[in-house]
Design a protein around this ligand. Structure first.
Ligand SMILES: C[S@@+](CC[C@H](N)C(=O)[O-])C[C@H]1O[C@@H](n2cnc3c(N)ncnc32)[C@H](O)[C@@H]1O
Length: 452
């Protein structure tokens, strides 16, 4: 294969596209990239970001061989792409295509590391009231003298281990893939935390969690056929993860936000985290949540939702939480954040806005007053009608609505098909919400959100 065939001018902002296959980065080429000559090639490739890809390759080839040219351009492209997850740090970090794709966004990893720090320094009693403390709340007791020793059982390129090390933890990290291990170690050096980090190639199943203060695991959710939603198909698979958890003092496992609830171990706290309104992950915390000697009890066990970057957290109001009331539509409809929905905390959000559900089984809240909350997006209802394409089309025509945002919960309607069938015309905008109200397919026509 031509060494540059994966660099195409279809590129995006980085100037050249990098195909998503790990074949584009190999251990030898990566090792060379870390030499002084490799660093020089990488710096040149970084300067050429945005240039025509073929011209960039031709320029580098005047000085470097094909392998180093390819490795440098690929790495520079990955750094550009990684800015969205790692911000300014991306400029000095190293990636593989899969490693970048699977890595935890810096803000989410930092949140988790802060929580771990907080948790191990104070009791894990959650605050009262549905709106709980920010995860970044300061510890109430001084840190124990020795750094917390965390084992990261499947570290990838190091998104989590870097945040843990920056939070002051000592981290021993393992990954089955030698290239990924080299990349994670290079990242620890690049960010100046290598004095606290040890990375080695190995299988998570051989880790002895008993030897560490904390087990962290972020199993791979990719198989040869793409992403998997089945924890039994994670790598390492779920039974291995459960075995590690059972032997750990305190464990923290990152999983897909859609993890089937039956996989969550008894007595664990599961935290669903969203970033800028998109649910990113769930984290299962088990073991001595209250620090050395503490346990997950009462409110601290169970479900928690966290919004980033704001750091707002919400916990279940108790093991036997009262379900949200159900009642007629008020002036507003509130769409709760996905983290609260996944954490089954819709009743708590309803309480925050003084609202009720439109339907007992659907996560749309209605209320009479406009309450500002980070936990839900609010729309003002203009009309409610039983779902009928003809009636909806007629109403939108009458109001000259040519631009709609369509949302749905509890509706099987195909949004794009509906949009085409509505044959929209006119200069006005609206939000159309398709749902069921007391089991009847219904449409809420709402005012568009005013720009923030
Ligand atoms: C989701 S990634 C970890 C991402 C990491 N937390 C980050 O933020 O960069 C999962 C990693 O697990 C590794 N892996 C898969 N099976 C493993 C096993 N049995 N033992 C150790 N590592 C494994 C994969 O090579 C992959 O790099």
């Amino acid at each position: 294969m031509d060494k540059y065939s994966h660099l195409t001018p279809s590129a995006g902002r980085s100037g050249y596209a990098v195909a998503l296959t790990s074949d584009d980065v190999d251990l030898d080429a990566f090792t060379e990239l870390l030499t002084p000559r490799g660093q020089e090639a990488l710096a040149r490739a970084g300067e050429l970001a945005g240039a025509d890809p073929v011209a960039a390759a031709t320029t580098l080839r005047r000085t470097y061989d094909a392998a180093l040219t390819s490795a440098a351009l690929t790495q520079a492209g990955l750094r550009e792409r990684a800015k969205a997850k790692f911000g300014e740090d991306a400029a000095v970090m190293y990636f593989t295509p899969h490693g970048l794709e699977q890595s935890t966004r810096a803000e989410v990893a930092e949140h988790r590391a802060r929580r771990l720090q907080t948790m191990t320094r104070r009791t894990c009693e959650a605050p009262t009231g549905p709106e709980a403390e920010s995860a970044a709340a300061p510890p109430t007791e001084p840190a124990a003298g020795k750094a917390l020793h965390v084992v990261d059982a499947c570290c990838g390129i190091g998104g989590d281990l870097l945040a843990l090390a920056r939070a002051g933890c000592a981290v021993t990290a393992v990954d089955t893939d030698p290239l990924t291990v080299a990349v994670a170690a290079a990242n620890a050096r690049a960010l100046g935390v290598d004095d606290r980090v040890t990375v080695r190639a190995g299988d998570a199943a051989r880790i002895r969690p008993e030897e560490y203060d904390v087990l962290f695991a972020d199993p791979a959710r990719r198989t040869g056929r793409g992403r998997t939603f089945d924890p039994m198909a994670y790598s390492p698979p779920w039974p291995v993860v459960l075995d590690l958890i059972s032997r750990a003092g305190l464990a923290c496992v990152k999983v897909a936000p859609g993890i089937p609830y039956e996989f969550i171990p008894e007595g664990a706290q599961t935290e669903w985290v969203s970033y800028k309104g998109e649910v990113k992950e769930a984290t299962i915390w088990t073991g001595q949540g209250g620090g050395r000697g503490g346990r997950w009890t009462g409110r601290a066990a169970g479900r928690r939702a966290t919004l980033l970057p704001g750091g707002h957290s919400l916990t279940a109001a108790g093991a036997t939480a009262t379900p949200a009331p159900v009642g007629p539509a008020g002036r507003y409809v509130y769409e709760p954040d996905g983290a609260a929905v996944r954490a089954h905390l819709v009743a708590e959000v309803a309480e925050l806005v003084g609202g009720r559900l439109l339907d007992p089984l659907i996560a749309y809240i209605t209320a009479d007053d406009p309450v500002d909350t980070p936990w839900a997006t609010r729309y003002e209802i203009e009309d409610i009608l039983p779902f009928s394409l003809k009636k909806l089309r007629a109403l939108l025509r009458e109001r000259q609505i040519g631009n709609v945002t369509i949302k749905k919960r509890g509706s099987a309607v195909d949004i794009e098909r509906l949009r085409a069938d509505l044959r929209l015309k006119g200069g006005n905008s609206a939000v159309v919400i398709l749902t069921r109200i007391l089991d009847k397919p219904s449409v809420l026509l709402c005012k568009p959100l005013s720009p923030a």
